[in-house]
Write a protein that binds this ligand. Structure first.
Ligand code: PGA
Length: 256
């Protein structure tokens, strides 16, 4: 039995004050949920990470993730943020290979594999994003595209290191467009990814890995997508900026 995970990707949004207000409201709403069974991960922009990690909780209400990291350990890389810096702030997760980074920042599979390496060396969990473009789905190449992304970004890891990884399937045509994959489309891809993992690492690892869905996931469609057997939760963009919507998604995940 895999616990669901709901991760919020704030992307490049919010001023510091707005971020503070969002955290306060999230905390109020999450605290009201006595028995939330899903794991919550919040991924703010770098300057706001400490705002989220600087809390002492009686019960851990959420974990914190970054949205990106350097492929290097340290040194003369102006403007970059290393996994060890993130780790020193108690950040345990990091999104890697989001389609926006692949597209606007030309991140290649080889670079992403290096980022994954630096993260697992620092005992952090990559949230590794994969997903096809609309034209790739329309030409029925979606499974092949995602297979390559998974293999090239992750399959160099040994089983122990791979055990730290989360995968997020985010069809590019569904991100920020209001067009979600149908529950069947999500299930098909998630089962396909789990099967790739099974062939490479065996049953135990495949049954354990969490595969999240992302792409216009919101309070109105979360239950339908998350109730698919191979969907272990979601990576939420737009809807993670509204505390009420995000917590509603967490509650839905927790009830499945
Ligand atoms: P969206 O973004 O929920 O706004 O579509 C998801 C993501 O890019 O992680």
């Amino acid at each position: 039995m895999r616990n669901k995970i709901v991760a919020g990707n704030w992307k490049m949004n919010l001023s510091f004050n707005e971020a503070q207000e969002l955290v306060d409201e999230l905390l109020d709403r999450l605290e009201e949920q006595e028995d939330l069974k899903c794991e919550v991960i919040l991924c703010p922009p770098f300057p706001y990470l400490e705002l989220l990690t600087d809390f002492e909780f009686d019960v851990q209400l959420y974990n914190v993730g970054a949205q990106n990291c350097a492929a290097y350990e340290k040194g003369a890389y102006t403007g970059e943020v290393s996994p060890s810096m993130l780790k020193s702030l108690d950040v345990d997760y990091c999104i890697v290979g989001h389609s926006e980074r692949r597209k606007y920042f030309n991140e290649t599979d080889a670079m992403l594999a290096e980022k994954v390496n630096r993260l697992v060396e620092n005992e952090m969990s990559p949230i590794f994003c994969v997903g096809e473009l609309l034209e790739e789905r329309e030409s029925n190449r979606h499974l092949e595209v995602v297979r390559q992304q998974v293999e090239q970004g992750l399959f160099h890891l040994n089983a122990e290191a791979f055990g730290k990884v989360l995968i997020a399937y985010e069809p590019v045509w569904a991100i920020g467009t209001g067009k979600t994959a149908t529950p069947d489309q999500a299930q098909e891809m998630h089962a396909f990814i789990r099967d790739l993992v099974r062939k490479k690492y065996g049953d135990k690892v495949a049954d354990k890995i969490r595969i999240l869905y992302g792409g216009s996931c919101n309070a109105g469609n979360a239950t339908a997508v998350f109730s698919q057997p191979d969907v272990d939760g979601g990576l939420i963009g737009g809807a993670s900026l509204k505390a009420e919507d995000f917590v509603s998604i967490c509650i839905q995940a927790s009830q499945l």
